[in-house]
Design a protein. Structure first.
Length: 244
């Protein structure tokens, strides 16, 4: 059985847990001190609930799974399922992009995880919300892998006139030399680009495997009712609290 890999950036997950801690502290403080009026308390809690729903859908939920069957991209409100045989390439733009070849049309269906399949992914590109590429990362990607730094500007007695920059470069080079070539290349890339390279390499390997051509699995897209409810229900509660 092929191991399932999960791809996501650390920043959004850290933000989610910081927000959860903030909400918990506010609830504890409000329980101790109370609100000026029940109406004010209802509005404040409704706002906290709505922002928590947004944080869940935009930060915690998005991720990319790579399993033996293909790539699953969980975006804030939609999920995309692409078999390996239909993945033509994985690269980066504003996000990590999964390029999808034309496949058989998907029949409408409902999965057991609250995902209602509405259409085939078809020809095109699936953007991975969880694996965004910052402006700084784009510049680093455009400039190529970093080159070892030369002699530093400053030197210390007892080091043969070699600068701190040169000593640091020597240490990095020694550590890098102990890694396999592929690992050294991935370590030199921004996180999102490194994940795109890993996904693209795996797609190349998986496409070489035989598959059942009599009943090929299509690429599908689906809505997440749970993610939509995480926004719509708190929004309705907030409106009710404001106009109560």
């Amino acid at each position: 059985m092929t191991e399932r890999e999960t791809f996501r950036l650390a920043g959004p997950v850290i933000f989610w847990w910081i927000w959860v801690a903030f909400v918990a502290l506010n609830v504890i403080d409000d329980a101790a001190q109370g609100f000026p009026s029940p109406h004010t308390g209802a509005v404040i809690y409704a706002v906290l609930l709505l922002v928590t729903g947004l944080a869940y859908t935009l930060a915690l939920r998005p991720r990319v799974y790579a399993s033996g069957d293909g790539i699953t991209v969980l975006n804030p409100y939609r999920a995309h399922r692409v078999p390996w045989r239909l993945v033509t390439a994985v690269d980066t733009g504003d996000w990590v992009q999964v390029h999808v070849a034309h496949g058989p049309a998907a029949e409408p269906a409902v999965s057991g995880a609250g995902e209602s399949v509405t259409s085939s992914a078809g020809d095109g590109t699936v953007h991975c919300w969880a694996l965004y590429v910052s402006g700084r990362a784009k510049r680093k990607i455009a400039s190529g892998p970093p080159r070892p730094r030369g002699r530093g500007m400053f030197s210390l007695p007892g080091f043969g006139g070699r600068g701190l920059g040169a000593l640091a470069a020597d240490g990095q080079a020694a550590a890098s030399a102990r890694l396999p070539e592929e690992a050294r290349y991935l370590a030199s890339l921004p996180p999102a680009k490194a994940m795109a390279v890993r996904l693209d390499s795996r797609a190349t390997r998986e496409r070489a495997r035989p598959y059942n051509s009599d009943n090929p699995e299509p690429a599908t897209s689906s809505w997440s009712w749970l993610a939509l409810a995480a926004i719509l229900v708190p929004a309705a509660i907030l409106l009710a609290a404001i106009f109560a």
